[in-house]
Design a protein around this ligand. Sequence first.
Ligand SMILES: *[C@@H]1O[C@H](CO)[C@@H](O)[C@H](O)[C@H]1NC(C)=O
Length: 398
Amino acid sequence: MGAEKKWLFTLFSLAFLSLLFFLSSILNFSSTSPHKPFSSTPLHTPTSPPSFAYYISGSHGDADRIFRLLLSIYHPRNMYLLHINAGGSDDERRKLGVLVKSVSVMRAFGNVEVVGKPDPNTYMGSSNIAAILRGGAILLKMDKGWDWFVTLSALDYPLITQDDLSHVFSSVRKDLNFIDHTSDLGWKEGARVLPVVVDPGIYLARRSQIFHATEKRKLPDAFKVFTGSPWVTLSRSFLEFCVLGWDNLPRTLLMYSTNVVLAQEVYFHSVICNSPDFKNNTVNSDLRYMVWDDPPKMDPRFLKTSEYEGMVQSGAAFARQFQTDDAVLDMVDDRILNRGKHRAVPGAWCTGGRSWFSDPCSQWGDINVLKPSRHAKKFENTINNLLVDLKSQSSQCL
Ligand SMILES: *[C@@H]1O[C@H](CO)[C@@H](O)[C@H](O)[C@H]1NC(C)=O
């Protein structure tokens, strides 16, 4: 190599290095300086806003709608665990991971995880409860600070912002659980609780339907069976009670639920209402808006734009179920969440400019403040009415 070439090589290397240095310094500058003076770590003091741990589950083909749901309920103070069950592929799980990594605030706070090794999901089987308990256990480990565990499916959507949700929950006792429940089993007694079924998902068989035994069993004497909505909002203390296992009741009921049809509608309901320590902390609501056919089918109706008004008047926090990218979701984004396409819902934490080309949540300030909107009022009324019911114990574990 000639001296001239060596010299050129050195010059280019130097130029390249200084370019890198320059780029990294401006990138660093723009990503850290706007929020340096503010509190950008989640505070969990008695006066800081409550936070939520979301477990979102979906199946094959759900990566995009899980991501959209995630953006619609994202807040840096919350925790998120996304699960594409064994019905979906590893490619879909990877894709979801890449989508999460593409959002700078999610990278910065590291509060979104994707389950890498999926759980089976058998239609109507009890492996769903195992998956939810596992999700809860992971979320308990991920973060010590959150207050409520919320289960959502890929087919759900919020009806209020996280600022509104957290604002309203600021006046809710942290030991309260929101579980729609009844001991009046009705037709479910014969159809769901008395039959003995086996979920092949539990022993990893490649079969997606539950087996029915020919024998039926009687209702148990040792505890009372409760049933209700499969969608729950649990206090951290009650989830710990179910997951950590110092008391036998959650375990006994888990073993019993193994052979129940749709254990997701029985398990938490029966544990809480048979537990002297937790039953008084049960609010009889799932905080969801659903519309059922008459007579009801297995799942509620898909909500359309014609149901928009009923939905927002309901005072619920979430609604289900929706078809992928249905027009009514765009209405919710526009009119309630103020959410742009492929962006998170702008909360008080977002400090970036608001325009079509810049995402307000690409920069952030103090994440421990809220800015409730006028939409919080309806949900606040719902919660206040439920708390009155709770006081009178008129609808609790009966
Ligand atoms: C729950 O409420 C009942 C009825 O008011 C009361 O007798 C009982 O002591 C309460 N349990 C706990 C653990 O506070």
